[in-house]
Design a protein around this ligand. Structure first.
Ligand code: NAP
Length: 245
């Protein structure tokens, strides 16, 4: 028996990139997965490709609280009670501070930070009742360090760390754990637009000498939501090739 057998896990932004790799890793560990993304087709296709059975895809914008509540009801009736939540959905709208538009700031906070709040608030009622649950938020190293040209994104990712620690403190006595991963630079669509020269510069700042792969985040995620991490809560794990120490 694998360690997540019988568990239901929601992975937001699970249709591609890091979220898809996390969905695969949790499915390999035996969980049934609800893949959530805005595009139904992407979510359904990703769910259909997962190992094992009992998975399904759901179209939902995490920034929309009423859509999140409705999606959770569908997940519970189609798949079962949710024991694991991975808040991974995220976007960038980069710009220098003086040129940043209100919409660029608001959209990033809504998807990256409010989205995680929406899903966390929705699932925790059931988790508290069952006195069991694991929540994992995908932040970023720029939430720890800041980054020029990303005030909106870095603020959303730093906000996720405050959310993580507050949820961990509030729900520990109810058997619910909450942790975060701060990925460094990982090869996905999000980083796909970097030029070779930018990638070279980045590499020189990474002690392990290379960008990461989505599977590098997925391995850490499988550990943090599983029984091997049962005494770990409120922590931020940087998975970044040693960039931030
Ligand atoms: P990605 O390849 O761009 O994938 C983003 C995923 O999120 C897609 O499945 C997308 O599907 C979904 N999504 C975006 N907005 C959504 C919304 N409002 N509601 C529901 N789903 C939404 O991104 P990634 O590189 O894998 O990044 C995943 C997470 O890791 C993000 O939170 C990102 O900030 C974080 N991260 C990435 C890196 C990196 O180097 N790649 C580094 C640090 C942190 P739809 O478009 O269909 O909605």
């Amino acid at each position: 028996m694998t360690e997540l057998e019988g568990k239901v896990a929601i992975v937001t932004g699970g249709s591609r990139g890091i979220g898809q790799a996390i969905a695969v890793a949790l499915a390999e560990a035996g969980a049934r997965i609800a893949v959530v993304s805005r595009q139904a087709q992407g979510a359904e296709a990703a769910a259909a490709q997962l190992p094992g059975s009992g998975h399904a895809g759901f179209a939902c914008d995490v920034a929309d609280a009423s859509a999140v509540a409705a999606t959770l009801s569908r997940i519970e009736s189609d798949i079962g009670d949710v024991g694991i939540l991975v808040n991974n959905a995220g976007i960038t709208r980069d710009n220098i501070l003086v040129r940043m538009k209100d919409e660029e700031f608001d959209e990033v906070i809504a998807a990256n930070l409010k989205g995680a709040f929406n899903f966390t608030r929705a699932v925790t009622r059931g988790m508290m009742k069952r006195r069991e649950g694991a929540i994992l938020n995908i932040s970023s190293v720029v939430g720890l360090t800041g980054n020029a040209g990303q005030v909106n994104y870095a603020a959303s990712k730093a906000g996720l760390l405050g959310l993580t620690k507050s949820v961990a403190k509030e729900l520990a006595s109810r058997g619910v754990r909450c942790n975060a991963i701060a990925p460094g630079f990982i090869r996905t669509d999000m980083t796909g637009e970097l030029t070779e020269a930018q990638v070279e510069t980045l590499r020189s700042q990474i002690p392990l000498g290379t960008l990461g792969e989505p599977q590098d985040i997925a391995g850490a995620a499988r550990f943090l939501v599983g029984p091997g991490a049962r005494y770990i809560t409120g922590q931020v794990l940087a998975v970044d090739g040693g960039m931030v120490m």
